[in-house]
Write a protein that binds this ligand. Structure first.
Ligand SMILES: Cc1cc2nc3c(=O)[nH]c(=O)nc-3n(C[C@H](O)[C@H](O)[C@H](O)COP(=O)(O)OP(=O)(O)OC[C@H]3O[C@@H](n4cnc5c(N)ncnc54)[C@H](O)[C@@H]3O)c2cc1C
Length: 243
């Protein structure tokens, strides 16, 4: 059984996965199509890219980052999530996909804008707004069903990439907390930041020395230069109703 199954490999789902996988939780992301961000023509309000970034390139980078963190990415449209034992939320969930093998997970994060039909049988509350449904969540992304969370636009967050990424991360942290980690910051600090004050390095925080810092910086620069070397052939996906 996986620790967490994230439904939707778009902005929020991948951000959640980066956090849960880095925390050592066995994380699978199941994606049934394309992020709505693939329709964007130029992503210009995501912090860190002063002249913007091709949205499809951004999505490729985030997929790569989730995989590097240790998450498994699988293709498949989730059609049903059911509790393995009705009266025991700790028993986990069965996640069924169209055409794929079912998988089991202790926790499920819905990051599947705009689809939440697969949660109806489980009793997760939704609210309708026009033709769309949003899942009801608390301030940390937990739904009313123990072990089920929602992240990004499907949780009613504003329709912006950085908000979905941030919310995905926040929900990932809630999953980590609920999995038994009482205090958690996913940080990398310079050597001595804690130990130099006679403190133990807290859980999940890493202290690295200057040599390691330089080698990570070199690797980061090489990766970015390589991934941005050529223009992408892919074009934005047009709205389905445009001829
Ligand atoms: C034309 C356009 C331009 C935009 N431009 C900008 C912009 O410039 N700046 C900005 O900040 N935001 C922009 N956005 C908004 C941005 O794309 C969204 O806010 C963001 O992608 C929402 O992230 P999300 O993770 O909630 O959803 P998504 O990124 O759409 O991810 C949801 C994922 O879930 C998958 N999924 C759905 N149902 C299932 C299922 N049953 N099983 C498995 N997987 C499933 C989908 O295939 C998708 O990959 C734009 C949107 C559009 C349409």
């Amino acid at each position: 059984m996986r620790d967490v199954c994230i439904v939707g490999g778009g902005v929020a789902g991948l951000a959640s996965a980066i956090f849960t996988a880095r925390a050592g939780l066995e994380t699978v992301v199941v994606d049934g199509g394309e992020s709505i961000l693939a329709r964007n023509a130029s992503l210009e309000n995501y912090p860190g890219f002063p002249d913007g970034v091709d949205a499809r390139r951004y999505l490729e980078l985030v997929r790569e980052q989730a995989a590097t963190a240790g998450a498994t990415l699988e293709l498949g449209r989730v059609s049903e999530v059911s509790a393995l034992e009705a009266d025991d939320p700790e028993a986990g969930f069965a996640v069924e996909t169209d055409g794929g093998d079912p998988l089991t997970a202790r926790r499920v994060v819905a990051a599947s804008w705009p689809d939440s039909e697969y949660l109806v049988g489980l009793g997760v509350e939704r609210r309708q707004a026009g033709s769309k449904y949003f899942l009801e969540v608390d301030e940390t992304g937990r739904t009313g069903v123990d072990g089920v969370y929602a992240a990004g636009r499907i949780a009613g967050e504003p329709h912006q990439t950085v908000v979905s990424a941030g919310h995905g991360a926040k929900v990932g942290l809630a999953v980590i907390h609920d999995s038994g980690t009482p205090f958690y910051h996913d940080w990398v600090a310079p050597e001595g930041y804690f130990t130099g004050r006679g403190r133990e390095v807290p859980p999940a925080i890493e202290e690295i020395d200057d040599e390691e810092r330089r080698s990570r910086d070199e690797r980061a620069r090489e990766t970015v230069l390589e991934r941005f070397a050529d223009p992408l052939e892919d074009e934005p996906t047009m709205h389905p109703s445009v001829e």
